[in-house]
Design a protein around this ligand. Structure first.
Ligand SMILES: NC(=O)c1ccc[n+]([C@@H]2O[C@H](COP(=O)([O-])OP(=O)(O)OC[C@H]3O[C@@H](n4cnc5c(N)ncnc54)[C@H](O)[C@@H]3O)[C@@H](O)[C@H]2O)c1
Length: 344
């Protein structure tokens, strides 16, 4: 295996993250079935041995994260005679990694899973940590499992073809990860803004590596989200509400997370937890990367949507707020405080 491999113990699983250098192509062997979408198939064509394995190419987009598509993957696995020891490989963005992860977790009660994320968002977030799933009955990620991949291949070179808006969406989550636990990454994102925006290979590799390691550190302590894994939801209660009120697709997930993280900073400030200087730092950074920090949406509809979010405990809404980089807490919040935050 590539020498730059880090192993993480996730519950009873071990998940290896293989970090490639900034220019090497993806190289995957021992694949029994490769699943990608039409936008990532060109990456499969040049990914070594796995390019010759049986392949299933899906349409791109969130609508593929569904039970019927899951079933078609399982049927394909049966048709190719895959056994429990065989490996299903997912090469794509978060839609592919969530869907393929779910399929591998239930195929013969769990076969080998290898993931190669091809979007920035999937690299720093979706592909690592074992959360798999499909959308069901109108709800996102309603059905799924915790099933970490055996190997996660992080090859920054595959980002060359990622559309600009998707790239920026990934930066929204990457900045959030930096806030959760890596002051050096935050400084790098501030100092090297131009290089990051231009996808400078060396800078990008370091940004991805550090962004992902923040997530690894958190998930290693709490695979099934009984505690600190919830911190990864910084900005997400706001973000999910905006995505649903504005209509899915109006804001990308990362754009909504940027807006939501800035709102969480304002919320923390109102509650006397977040220093004003830290809030300003967050807003400045997101603005520098061109994220919109103002949303035209009904405050009452946003608050209603928050009540439908999964971060509801004891009938109260809980939010992740911070007093500084890596200093994070979960606090209950009243609707009137939210109205004040949304009015700003
Ligand atoms: N499991 C988790 O922990 C977790 C965490 C965050 C997000 N997610 C899930 O991830 C999904 C979003 O992921 P996403 O933003 O990667 O979306 P996505 O998978 O839809 O990818 C975005 C678009 O970029 C295209 N694409 C991806 N890589 C490409 C490349 N290298 N070149 C050209 N085109 C490329 C895709 O085909 C798609 O059209 C959501 O379903 C979300 O629920 C899961």
């Amino acid at each position: 295996m590539n020498p730059d491999t880090r192993s993480f113990a996730l519950g009873s699983y071990t998940s290896n993250v293989v970090f490639y250098d900034s220019i090497s192509p993806l190289s995957i062997s021992n694949a029994s079935l490769v699943i990608c979408d039409t936008n990532t198939e060109h990456i499969v064509e040049s990914c070594g041995e796995a390019a010759h394995a049986p392949r299933m190419v899906l349409a791109p987009g969130e609508s593929e994260k569904s039970m019927p598509v899951l079933e078609s993957i399982l049927r394909t696995a049966v048709e190719h005679g895959l056994s429990r020891g065989d490996t299903i490989v997912g090469i794509g963005g978060g839609v592919i990694t969530d869907l393929v992860g779910f399929a591998a977790s239930v195929y013969m009660r769990g076969c080998r899973l290898v993931l190669a994320p091809t979007s920035l968002l999937a690299m720093v977030d979706a592909a690592f940590g074992g959360k798999t799933g499909v959308n069901f009955s109108g709800y996102k990620n309603m059905v799924g499992t915790f099933y970490p991949a055996t190997d996660v291949h992080i090859a920054p070179s595959v980002l060359a073809s990622l559309p600009e808006r998707e790239y920026r969406s990934g930066l929204g989550e990457t900045i959030k990860n930096a806030l959760l636990g890596d002051e050096e990454l935050l400084g790098l994102l501030e100092r090297e803004h131009q290089a990051v925006a231009a996808r400078n290979p060396e800078v990008l590799r370091e940004v991805i590596r550090r962004g992902l390691l923040v997530k690894c550190g958190i998930v290693e302590q709490d695979l099934t989200e009984t505690g600190i894994r919830a911190f990864l939801n910084l900005g997400h209660t706001f973000a999910h509400a905006l995505e649903s009120v504005a209509g899915f697709g109006t804001w990308t997930h990362g754009e909504a997370v940027a807006w939501g993280t800035a709102k969480a900073a304002r919320l923390g400030e109102l509650l006397g937890i977040t220093p004003s200087a830290y809030r300003t730092r967050i807003e400045r950074l997101y603005s520098e990367y061109g994220f919109r920090l103002h949303a035209e949406a009904s405050h009452e509809l946003l608050i209603e949507a928050m009540w439908h979010d999964k971060k509801l405990k004891d009938g109260r809404l809980y939010f992740v707020v911070q007093s500084g980089v890596g200093q994070t807490q979960l606090v209950p919040v009243e609707a009137n405080t939210l109205r004040e935050v949304l009015s700003d």
